[in-house]
Every structure is written in structure tokens, then in C-alpha cells.
Design a binder for this molecule. Structure first.
Ligand SMILES: Cc1cc2nc3c(=O)[nH]c(=O)nc-3n(C[C@H](O)[C@H](O)[C@H](O)COP(=O)(O)OP(=O)(O)OC[C@H]3O[C@@H](n4cnc5c(N)ncnc54)[C@H](O)[C@@H]3O)c2cc1C
Length: 401
């Protein structure tokens, strides 16, 4: 290795075995899996965060930027220096410490994605983000790129699975952002990391089928039956609208509380919380649905005159649909709190599918009763999937998830 001040300083700080600066090394590391090539002055392979900090200190002394690199499988040139730089390769930072009880692991950035799942397989745990490059790419690269793979629609991308990050800042200070708690103080590392978090969360944790049932059934009613029927559908929905407030309140307040409860008390803690929510809200919900069902005709007349009065007999059926929705909504809020959204996604996908199969046939043959019946069927399907999953998972303990 030629005697160059930068290289000598890096060797002094990290040891000769952790520095490469021969022309061939510098060319090999000057590009990632993409097409762009940059200029690398030296490549370092630290074993830990202190080594990264030492490399940054030397680079600063020589007025050079640093660029991090995992396995170099990125295709966008992220690990390629735009200006001559010191390249910090994290592949030797590959320790894995598993906390099986909490289903978390503190891993080095150089751990290969698939190795983490292989390591935790005996515990029936795996790292969900599965980019196609998972046999080679590193967790550090996954975090930096918020990578995901075929399962990201159901299970989220990397940012959905990162609670905390230890990082070295530009001045060489080792810092930690985030923590094991769902709402840690300090920098919101998940907020910083996630680029498409809200989309992934919405798709997997949100209620596509609920939304579709509320929006698409009236539209289908308009198209397949008549605009009057679609208007009547909306008018009937307005009568049960207050239950939306109840459901939204449960969703907003229950989800973060359930996350904390699951962490501290597992399924048992969650079960206690869930039953309390049901006991507190069941009476107002039943009272509201029974009240509007009993007085549907005068209420429809009071609000809309004679326009939709003929449809008021449908209200008990709609109340049944909303009752079914109420029966699973608190459970859905709890599932959203656990970083495991597959059952919610499955339930909603199944219900959405039903809208465009059985739902269409029901509207065609039964008119407005079919449209409202389709909503009830959706509630039944989602509830069945969620309750079955809950029963199986809570029966087997936290790791069954
Ligand atoms: C065949 C193939 C298939 C792929 N399939 C997918 C896919 O399905 N989904 C997907 O999302 N991507 C995919 N990728 C792209 C790539 O594999 C991922 O983005 C992967 O996360 C990159 O990880 P890496 O360790 O190779 O990172 P690198 O390529 O080494 O680096 C990527 C970026 O992360 C930064 N970085 C790396 N480590 C750190 C660190 N410790 N600290 C700070 N920054 C860091 C780098 O500076 C760079 O900007 C694929 C690539 C290939 C070649």
C-alpha cells in the first residue's frame, strides 16, 4: 500500500486490516450495482460504531466526505461518491442480538437481510422486508433505502420494522434515535426514515373494504338500480352516522394504547383492554342502532319528507351491517397497533373481493336490499377473519404472530 497521509491516518485509527486503498480496490468499490462510477480515495471496514466515528474523524481532517456502503446492491448510485471520498463499508458490523420475548433484534448494519431471518428462524421469527436482493443486501442499506419486497404490501417496508437506529453524525458523535417504546422521546426515527409509510400503513392497516363498502355500494346502487335508490342508501347511512363518531374515536384512542399494552402485557393485556372497550361502547352502539331501527320511518320523514320514506324498512338491515362493523372495529384497531398487519390486509382484501362478486350479484337480483346486504356480508367476512386470527394468535402466545 503506497504511503499516503490519508491512508496512514486511517490505518493508525482502524488498523491495517480495515483499510484498502490499492488502485484495484478503489476501482472495485467505485460503483454499486448501478451504472454510475465515482472516485474512492480509500475504503474502510470498521467493526463497530467507534470505528465509523474514527474514520469520519480522519476524513474530516483531510477535508473529504464519507459515503456509507453495505453490500453495494443499490441500483441508484447511492453508495457511489459524487466527489472523491472515503468509503465506509459496513459488512463487518454484523452482530445480531435477539430479544425473543419482545420480538426485536439489535443488529449491525452489515447483517445480510436473509441472514437475520435465518438466525431467528428457530424462534419462529423473521425479518419481514424481503427485497429480491435479500441474499446479498444489508440491513443498513435496507434502512437507508426503506427497501421492501413482494410482502411489503401486506407487511410493510423496512421503516415499518425499525424502532431505533444508532448512527454516527457528521461530527463523529455516536447517537441513538428512537427506542423500544412505541412513542420514544427525541428524534422520530421512523418519521425520518419512512418515505411511503403512510401508504403502506393505509393499505395494510386501514380499512379499504370499509371505505369501499361505504362509497362503492351507493355508487353501484346508482348505476345498477337507480339514482333514487343510491340517494336512499345515503339517507339511511346518515341516520346511523353517529356510530361513525364512536368507531373513529375507538380507532384513534385504542390503537396507540393497544400498542403499549401489547408490549407490556402481551395478548393477555390486550384482551383486558379490548373487553373494557367493548363493555364501555356496546350500550351506546346498541341503543343508537336499535333506536334508529325502531323509529326509522318517522326519522326519514322528518329529515327527507316523503322522498325516501318508502325505503325506511331497510334500516334494520343497515343497522345489522353497522352492528357487524362495530363487532370487529375495536379488534381491528388492536391489530393495527401490533406491527403485524397481515390479518387486517387479508380481511379487507377478501371483503373488497366480495363487493365485486357476490355484492354485484346481490344488487342485481335484490336491488337496494342486496346493496345493504353486501355491506353486512363485508362486516361478516372481516369480522370472521379477524376473530379467527385473534383466537388462534392469542391462544398460542405472542410469538404465534
Ligand atoms: C437483483 C436486485 C434486486 C433488487 N430488488 C430489490 C427489491 O425487491 N426491493 C428493493 O427495495 N430494492 C431492491 N434492490 C435494490 C437494493 O438491493 C436495495 O436497495 C438494498 O436495500 C440495498 O442494500 P445494500 O446493502 O446493497 O446497500 P448499498 O447499495 O450498499 O447502499 C444503498 C444506499 O444505502 C446507504 N447505506 C448503506 N448502508 C448504510 C449505513 N449503514 N448507514 C447509512 N447509509 C447506508 C448507501 O450510502 C446507499 O445510499 C435490488 C437490487 C438488485 C441488484
Amino acid at each position: 500500500m503506497a504511503s499516503v497521509p490519508l491512508v496512514d491516518d486511517l490505518v493508525a485509527a482502524l488498523g491495517a486490516g480495515a483499510v484498502k486503498a490499492e488502485p484495484l480496490d478503489r476501482i472495485l468499490f467505485s460503483k454499486d450495482a448501478g451504472a454510475t462510477r465515482g472516485e474512492v480515495r480509500a475504503v474502510v471496514f470498521p467493526n463497530d460504531a467507534a470505528g465509523v466515528a474514527a474514520a469520519i474523524a480522519v476524513a474530516r481532517k483531510h477535508g473529504l466526505p464519507v459515503v456509507a456502503r453495505g453490500a453495494g446492491t443499490g441500483l441508484a448510485g447511492g453508495a457511489v461518491p459524487a466527489d472523491p471520498a472515503v468509503l465506509i463499508v459496513t459488512m463487518r458490523m454484523n452482530r445480531i442480538e435477539v430479544d425473543a420475548a419482545n420480538r426485536t433484534a439489535w443488529v449491525g448494519p452489515g447483517v445480510i437481510n436473509l441472514d437475520l431471518s435465518r438466525h431467528t428462524a428457530p424462534l419462529h421469527l423473521h425479518f419481514a422486508p424481503d427485497p429480491s436482493s435479500q441474499a446479498a443486501c444489508t440491513i443498513g442499506g435496507n434502512v437507508a433505502n426503506n427497501s421492501g419486497g413482494p410482502h411489503c404490501l401486506a407487511e410493510g417496508t423496512t421503516s415499518n420494522h425499525v424502532l431505533a437506529v444508532e448512527y454516527v453524525d457528521g461530527e463523529g458523535q455516536v447517537r441513538v434515535a428512537g427506542g423500544p417504546a412505541p412513542d420514544p422521546t427525541g428524534l422520530d426515527v421512523r418519521g425520518v426514515l419512512r418515505a411511503n409509510w403512510s401508504f403502506g400503513r393505509w393499505v395494510s392497516g386501514g380499512s379499504i373494504a370499509n371505505w369501499a363498502a361505504l362509497e362503492i355500494y351507493p355508487i353501484l346502487s346508482a348505476g345498477m338500480i337507480s339514482f333514487a335508490a343510491a340517494g336512499a342508501f345515503r339517507a339511511l347511512q346518515n341516520l346511523v352516522a353517529p356510530i361513525h363518531v364512536l368507531l373513529r374515536t375507538i380507532d384513534t384512542f385504542l390503537t396507540p394504547r393497544a400498542a403499549r399494552r401489547f408490549k407490556s402485557g402481551g395478548w393477555g393485556g390486550l384482551r383486558a383492554l379490548l373487553s373494557r372497550v367493548y363493555w364501555l361502547s356496546v350500550l351506546p352502539a346498541i341503543a343508537l342502532l336499535a333506536g334508529v331501527s325502531l323509529f326509522s320511518a318517522p326519522l326519514m320523514r322528518f329529515l327527507y319528507g316523503e322522498k325516501y320514506a318508502g325505503y325506511s324498512g331497510m334500516l334494520p338491515l343497515l343497522a345489522l351491517a353497522y352492528g357487524l362493523w362495530f363487532a370487529y372495529a375495536p379488534l381491528q384497531a388492536c391489530f393495527k397497533a401490533i406491527p403485524w398487519t397481515r390479518p387486517v390486509f387479508l380481511a379487507n382484501a377478501l371483503a373488497t373481493l366480495s363487493i365485486f362478486s357476490i355484492g354485484l350479484l346481490a344488487i342485481h337480483y335484490l336491488g337496494l336490499a342486496g346493496a345493504i346486504g353486501g355491506q353486512a356480508l363485508n362486516g361478516l367476512l372481516i369480522g370472521a377473519v379477524l376473530w379467527l386470527t385473534w383466537w388462534r394468535a392469542s391462544d398460542r402466545g405472542p410469538r404465534a404472530a
